[in-house]
Design a protein around this ligand. Structure first.
Ligand code: CS2
Length: 488
């Protein structure tokens, strides 16, 4: 079967939306670091809207910081890919043309630096996952012991990390007399802009204090909240789309209709006239808190409990009434900790979230969400728990989610089937657990790690007790039995 490409574009069925602009005339105003499925279904789709609206400055040069996989999928397709929007009933297909080039950073570091330093580039977006910022999850300090950070501290000739690329490129821009670019973190981290700025400044200071001052004075690192559920594409998805399009698309992404991007109003250069789904505002933190604690907090709880129960997809976990009660209980707890954005109706937001989780055609795997728990838990569950405990409030549902994460680290589910613990801290976690022979000792071992649970919380005796009890229920009776305690 033919591949999707500029040549095969004309042969697609009429109901498939495609670029409405002249791709050859597009300039790349955006460089993106970390071109996974999320970028393709979120920011790239938004820049595509700007291109479709006739502003041709907003093409994207995207980079993979590690593997060539995405480049090898997209290059034979001239950078084109389909975004399949599945609302649970019908699918809408749109071919996106915004991505002009994909660079594999380890293969072509100079090409990526040239793109970042180009006068055309005004915005740099990042989806490098929580761990890509190279900041200690508990303290927020640059992880100087990390081998890649250590390499970037020595030389930025061929950077190893995302902050390293930004610093090296900003140095080139300063030298060339150009303005900095606006650097927009699009990862699910609280104060993601501040964190990115902190990592960049810490590294820049070590190389050239004058550069750091220039970045501090002239750069822009807006905070953002990004939201769209984008499950990993499967071979079945690709085969299904090929049947519908008549061409094969190895780079397709599937997603839900919902899309939100809240960006702090802090740019140091041009930006597109953002359209549907994007809010530029002075205050992002309340949005980010609501999203991390309600959507992502529930997601992690569903992932570990559902994963332990051997349930593959989010919507199948929520087909269990007890799982819905659990999620509502977790939201009841989390809700009281929020600084609510004035425009947000939390009750309506919760209803909409549940409906998004219920979407049966997305097929979002619990295993996908379970990844990298050590990087996700602090902002999704632990901050919420600390806040409630300080106010003397209960944390039953939130703590069950944390206990399920601890149980997940054993690498075996309730049926006795093994799974890989996919986490940058998997090794130290496994080591800490290896000498712990009961639930209490396992809770102690995890809280004692320091890198994940921040220190006042890790010393909270009453909370330790709650966690231990939940872990013991999970270990003795399983996730379904633990969830059943929330039923009715
Ligand atoms: C999920 C998120 O994988 C995960 O950890 O919770 O990717 C979630 O789907 C997005 O943040 C939704 O915006």
């Amino acid at each position: 079967m033919m591949r999707l490409s500029s040549d095969s574009l004309a042969s697609l069925p009429d109901d498939v939306q495609r670029p409405a602009y002249d791709r050859a005339a597009v300039r790349a105003g955006v460089v993106h670091l970390g071109i996974g499925a999320f970028h393709r279904a979120h920011q790239a789709a938004i820049f595509e809207d700007a291109l479709n609206a006739g502003d041709l400055r907003w093409g994207v040069i995207a980079a993979s910081l590690r593997s060539p996989g995405v480049r090898d999928q997209m290059q034979p397709q001239d950078g084109l890919y389909t975004m399949l929007v599945r609302d649970g009933r019908a699918d809408r297909a749109q071919v996106i043309g915004a991505v002009r080039q994909v660079i594999v950073a380890p293969e072509e570091p100079q090409a990526l630096l040239a793109a970042l330093a180009s006068p055309d580039t005004h915005i740099v977006t990042l989806t490098v996952t929580e761990k890509g910022y190279k900041l200690d999850p508990a303290t927020g300090a640059l992880m100087e012991d990390d081998p890649q950070v250590a390499a970037d501290l020595l030389s930025l000739h061929a950077p190893q990390t995302a902050p390293g690329y930004l610093v090296a490129a900003l140095a080139l821009r300063k030298e060339a007399g150009l303005a900095p670019f606006t650097a927009i973190s699009c990862d699910n981290l609280p104060h993601n802009g501040q964190r990115l700025r902190g990592a960049v400044l810490a590294l820049a200071r070590r190389h050239d204090p004058a550069l750091a001052e220039w970045i501090e004075a002239q750069g822009a690192f807006p905070e953002t909240m990004v939201d769209r559920i984008v499950p990993a594409t499967t071979a079945d998805d690709i085969a299904g789309l090929a049947e519908r399009l008549g061409v094969e698309d190895q780079a397709m992404v599937k997603t839900e209709p919902f899309l939100q991007w809240v960006i702090q109003d802090w740019f140091c250069g041009p930006r597109p006239a953002f359209g549907a789904g994007v809010q530029v505002t002075a205050a992002v933190a309340p949005w980010e808190e609501a999203k991390l604690r309600l959507l992502n907090g529930a997601h992690s709880g569903i992932a570990y409990l559902g994963g332990l129960a051997g349930i593959e997809y989010v919507h199948d976990v929520l087909a269990l009434p007890e799982a819905r009660f659990f999620v509502e209980a977790l939201w009841d707890e989390a809700e009281t900790t929020l600084t609510q954005p004035p425009e947000l109706d939390v009750a309506a937001y919760r209803r909409a979230l549940m409906a998004r989780f219920d979407n049966p055609t997305l097929r979002h795997r619990t295993r996908q969400i379970a990844m990298d728990g050590s990087q996700k838990l602090p902002q999704r569950l632990l901050a919420t728990i600390a806040h409630r405990l300080e106010a003397g409030q209960g944390v039953d549902a939130l703590s069950l989610a944390v206990a399920a994460w601890i149980r997940w680290q054993a690498g075996v589910d309730d049926r006795g089937l093994g799974h890989e613990v996919d986490d940058p801290l998997a090794h130290p976690i496994a080591e800490a657990l290896s000498d712990a022979h009961d639930s209490r000792a396992r809770v102690d071992a995890i809280l004692g790690l320091g890198a994940i649970v921040p220190s006042p919380l890790a010393q909270h005796d009453a909370w330790k007790e709650t966690l231990t009890q939940w872990l013991s229920v999970l270990e003795t009776h399983g996730a379904r039995a633990a969830l059943a305690r929330f039923a009715g």
